[in-house]
Design a protein around this ligand. Structure first.
Ligand SMILES: [Zn+2]
Length: 431
């Protein structure tokens, strides 16, 4: 996969060294896939011409439908050189794996005179986040491929703030990358209903990793290691911990898994549109018990399995429309109604993990618009998903708990270094 650099890349065309002035085009941009018309951005210089022209680098971008041969020819490389370079590249990398948008840096050596052709010295492809392949001309004019793996440096970062209008605004102002905000929300989604519980004045603290190549050219965000959310007078710290079996999860400061056996909200970004209890039914017109909760969401929004379990119903079911029910254990089941479609390969008897997509929001059955009707069934009785005390997740014990406490205090020490003016907010009361 391509990496996602956090910072803006350098302009598409750039020069490593000043180039001798040649009377040529001045357009500084390159259009995808049409290298031939692209110009080399010139560094204006009034200096007299140097004796030996220095090599320069052009960054080419793969356009849709391009082959490497086409790109190199359009960059002015002669067919023979392009062919042998591509053959050499095949030793390390299959050129058919090139994807539109991928960048290729090509180094040229200008000829000694203006009318001499520029020779093709090297091409360099970024083939992974910290992984490059380059083909360079060796003595004798032979091209040879090399692999280059850059070391990674992990830096700890932190973001903290007070929520004035919304968590999103506060987190963005604190500089938290959007992908980590989603991870943060997911980590707390078992305990906190972000639609209803978050109030003005609530606070958050987050420590996360930033991974960069040694040269600092490529950066990406890593994991949240520690976070604390202070809401409604409760401080809820969580710590990332990998157990002996290699399973990674977030735990509270007592070593209890932040992840409960069931999710209250098995859908992302939805709005609670109808609660549990007696209400006037919008279609039937008379007062009726609403046996679940409704989340309004656009048609097609993925629906998750609220917990690990086995699907015990996956078919149409009267007013429920397309309906799935999962048995989690001898006590709990969850049900999902009005789906537009089931996820492919979802059938009765299939085992699912928490967070697996099982289907998509729709409006099948007796329904007025796209929404998910969600039920939690405890011992055969439909209960209010917002009220039910969630069956607890895993609790660490013994040596595993000792290891966890060591990791926890290490993270707290690191956080204190990053944010010396604030202190870590601790669990206000043990539950
Ligand atoms: Zn409903």
């Amino acid at each position: 996969m391509l990496d996602l650099p956090q910072s803006e890349e350098t302009p598409q065309l750039r020069l490593q060294a000043p180039v001798t002035q040649t009377a040529h085009v001045e357009t500084p941009t390159v259009t995808v896939g049409s290298i031939a018309n692209a110009a080399i951005q010139q560094t204006p210089t009034s200096e007299p011409r140097k004796q030996l022209p220095e090599s320069y680098v052009r960054t080419l971008e793969v356009g849709s439908g391009d082959t490497l041969m086409k790109i190199l020819l359009e960059a002015g490389i002669n067919r023979g050189d392009a062919y042998t370079a591509i053959e050499a590249l095949r030793e390390e990398y299959d050129p058919r794996r090139l994807r539109p948008g991928q960048k290729i840096e090509v180094t040229f050596q200008p000829g000694l005179h203006e009318d001499m052709p520029h020779s093709f010295e090297e091409m360099r492809l970024n083939t992974g986040f910290n992984h490059n392949v380059y083909v360079s001309r060796e003595t004798g004019g032979v091209y040879k491929a090399h692999e280059e793996v850059k070391d990674l440096v992990t830096t700890l970062r932190h973001a903290e703030g007070t929520i004035d209008s919304s968590l999103y605004v506060a987190a963005t102002e604190a500089g938290l990358p959007a992908s980590l905000l989603m991870e943060f929300i997911f980590a707390y989604s078992f305990d906190v209903d972000f639609q209803r519980d978050i109030q003005k004045g609530d606070r958050f603290q987050i420590m996360y990793e930033e991974v960069a190549t040694e040269d600092g050219k490529h950066k990406k965000v890593g994991n949240i290691l520690f976070a604390s959310l202070n809401t409604g007078g409760r401080a809820l710290p969580i710590y990332r911990y990998e157990d002996k079996e290699g399973r990674v999860a977030y735990y509270d400061d007592q070593g209890k898994s932040a992840q409960k056996a069931l999710m209250r909200t098995p859908i992302n970004g939805a709005r609670l549109s109808s609660g549990f209890g007696k209400r006037r039914h919008p279609i039937l017109g008379y007062s009726k018990m609403h046996t679940g909760i409704d989340f309004a969401a656009p048609s097609g929004t993925p629906i998750f399995a609220a917990g690990d379990g086995v699907i015990d119903y996956a078919a149409r079911k009267g007013g429920y429309g397309k309906y799935i029910r999962i048995r989690h254990n001898s006590e709990y089941q969850t049900a999902y109604a009005h789906m537009r479609a089931f996820k492919k390969g979802t059938y009765k008897g299939k085992r699912v993990k928490q967070g697996d997509i099982i289907g998509y929001v729709g409006t099948t059955g007796r329904s007025t618009g796209p929404h998910l009707h969600y039920e939690i069934i405890k011992n055969g009785r439909k209960t209010n998903p917002l009220r039910v005390r969630m069956p607890a997740g895993k609790k660490l014990a013994g040596q595993e708990l000792d290891r966890f406490f060591a990791v926890k205090s290490k993270f707290e020490t690191e956080y204190a270094k990053l944010a010396p003016t604030t202190s870590i907010e601790r669990l206000a009361s043990a539950e």
